[in-house]
Design a protein around this ligand. Structure first.
Ligand SMILES: C[S@@+](CC[C@H](N)C(=O)[O-])C[C@H]1O[C@@H](n2cnc3c(N)ncnc32)[C@H](O)[C@@H]1O
Length: 349
């Protein structure tokens, strides 16, 4: 039985982390993530630099657009995905008032879902979106999607439990249109770091050498002295244990300081040599393959990488959705045919 490809709309697509997972066809750490039957019919983001990277890496093209200017009433889609902007919901450093409705772009994701009525939508955000104000924003969004006729499943996911060398916790929402009668949705099962599974992938698996290609990645002597003088209650460099997954890669790695909670590497304790990650290393920690190219300055690359949804997790998520939602009617039809062809079976009425 031939199955048509899943038509997807990608909102807030950034450089395309989620979209790479959606489409598949890439290698990461000795595994091949096969192509998925997905066609991206629309991808857009407000950031032209992220779109440059996107268009460098995919054969289909994304556009530079403010989501608030777009209308999707005429677009035919089975799936809408959107990792809406998260800075406002960051528990560490919210940049805008999360209570201000115009900073809540999940309403735009909901509007596109209302306009296109896809079979499935996926929303993603930082943990703060789920926890801030006792979960107020998360529940506002969930209630809206339910009003629109979707059954909403959610999970706070730590991607280090899925073979990615990074402790990154994000809230994922999967909405399935009610008429599809999906009672339960099982998010991808953890493959690493839980009982009965191999241990989490260590950071060392994506770091070729502690000595960087370029000395510019070292922190200056002054920065190191500054940290040594810092009071015990001040934030200070969190150098990473190479035997464990890395702490979360954020979008401001270009400006990472030693007086912060951002992850850094300790190159030589005696010589007090610390360094930041290169963009290639940051991209690998996020599970991008090495052939994914970031366009623009290093600062642009770090921002796009830190903002991205790890492709490997998204690949696993879309495969779970494919199996449990998109493929379900085909599987049922195949089972009926199989049973009908069995000897002694009754003819189908
Ligand atoms: C969390 S990032 C998305 C990352 C992306 N899904 C990925 O996996 O690479 C959020 C994105 O929302 C974009 N954005 C912010 N405001 C927007 C708006 N009004 N319209 C469209 N995109 C917007 C940002 O430029 C940023 O790329």
């Amino acid at each position: 039985m031939n199955k048509e490809s899943i038509k997807a709309i990608s909102l807030f697509c950034g450089c395309g982390g989620a979209d790479l997972g959606l489409i598949g066809g890439f290698n990461y750490l000795d595994n091949y993530y096969k192509h998925n039957p997905v066609e991206i019919v629309h991808a857009s983001d407000i950031d032209p630099k992220a779109i440059n990277t996107y268009n460098r890496n995919f054969s289909h093209k994304a556009s530079v657009d403010d989501i608030r200017d777009l209308c999707f009433k005429e677009v035919d889609a089975d799936l809408v995905i959107g990792g809406f902007p998260c800075q406002n919901f960051s528990t560490v450093n919210p940049t805008k008032k999360p209570e201000d409705r115009k900073n809540q772009l999940f309403w735009e994701l909901a509007r596109v879902v209302e306009e296109t009525k896809p079979k499935v939508f996926i929303g993603e955000n930082v943990r703060g979106f789920y926890t801030l104000k006792g979960g107020l924003y998360f529940h506002l969004a969930k209630d809206r999607f339910e009003e629109l006729g979707y059954k909403v499943f959610h999970k706070l996911v730590d991607v280090s439990l899925h073979g990615i060398p990074q402790k990154r916790k994000r809230i994922f929402m999967v909405g399935v249109r009610e008429d599809l009668n999906i009672e339960n949705f099982q998010f991808p099962i953890e493959t690493h770091g839980v009982e009965g599974m191999p241990s989490a992938v260590p950071l060392k698996s994506v770091i070729d050498s502690l000595i960087p290609d370029d000395p510019k990645y070292y922190f200056s002597k002054r920065a190191v002295e500054g940290v040594k003088r810092a009071k015990p209650n001040m934030k200070r460099a969190v150098y990473q244990n190479l035997e464990e997954p890395c702490l979360t890669i954020t979008s401001h790695l270009a400006k990472v300081s030693l007086n912060s909670r951002d992850p850094v590497l300790l190159v030589n304790e005696k010589k007090e040599l610390y360094r930041r990650f290169s963009p290639l290393e940051a991209a690998r920690i996020q599970s991008f393959p090495d052939n994914f190219k970031f366009v623009g300055s290093q600062g642009d690359a770090y921002r796009q990488i830190g903002n991205a949804i790890p492709p490997v997790y998204f690949w696993k998520l879309i495969n779970s959705i494919n199996e449990q939602v998109f493929d379900a009617p085909y599987k049922q039809a195949q089972n009926i045919m199989k049973r009908a062809l069995e000897p002694n079976s009754y003819p189908l009425l």
